[in-house]
Design a protein around this ligand. Sequence first.
Ligand SMILES: Nc1ncnc2c1ncn2[C@@H]1O[C@H](COP(=O)(O)OP(=O)(O)OP(=O)(O)O)[C@@H](O)[C@H]1O
Ligand SMILES: [Mg+2]
Length: 160
Amino acid sequence: MRAIYPGSFDPVTYGHLDIIERTSKKVEHLIVAVLNNPSKKSVFSLEERIELLKGVTKEFPNVEIDFFSGLLTDYAIKRNCTTMIRGLRAVSDFEYEMQMALVNKKINTEIETLFMVSSSKYAYLSSSIVKEVAMFGGNISCFVPKVVEQALKNKFKGGI
Ligand SMILES: Nc1ncnc2c1ncn2[C@@H]1O[C@H](COP(=O)(O)OP(=O)(O)OP(=O)(O)O)[C@@H](O)[C@H]1O
Ligand SMILES: [Mg+2]
């Protein structure tokens, strides 16, 4: 089976990496697809998010990094892959994820969304929280790989 793991990855965290690693053991090929949404302000550009993801996933031979704009369902058709992977951290993720999965299925009935339950040690982790801690100079070494930590430090070194 091939699968697509879509998201913003702004930036990639250990929470994402955990999902990528665990999923890569269950599928033949995993496409991590970075959403390019110009109307949603991101800290890292699309190129930067892709670069960071490529760097931290290079040890997984069956993981590919790509990007998409617009509808995920259109991208799914383009890549000829109808299995979507999403991570579930807490009950709070469930409502939104359920809505997205049902909307995607409504658009294309072939699409199935599979949920990977977060490892308990990363259940609290999100890109937003990491950026918030980094912005105020907090230690983020247990949340993100070294290259991402450095990239975040560079982003916020001049203050907010
Ligand atoms: N710590 C985590 N454990 C499990 N799944 C996660 C974790 N962090 C993110 N995910 C999942 O990864 C996918 C992509 O998420 P996304 O790019 O929105 O990251 P995020 O950390 O939620 O960022 P943001 O804070 O900007 O929403 C989603 O399915 C999300 O639920
Ligand atoms: Mg999110």
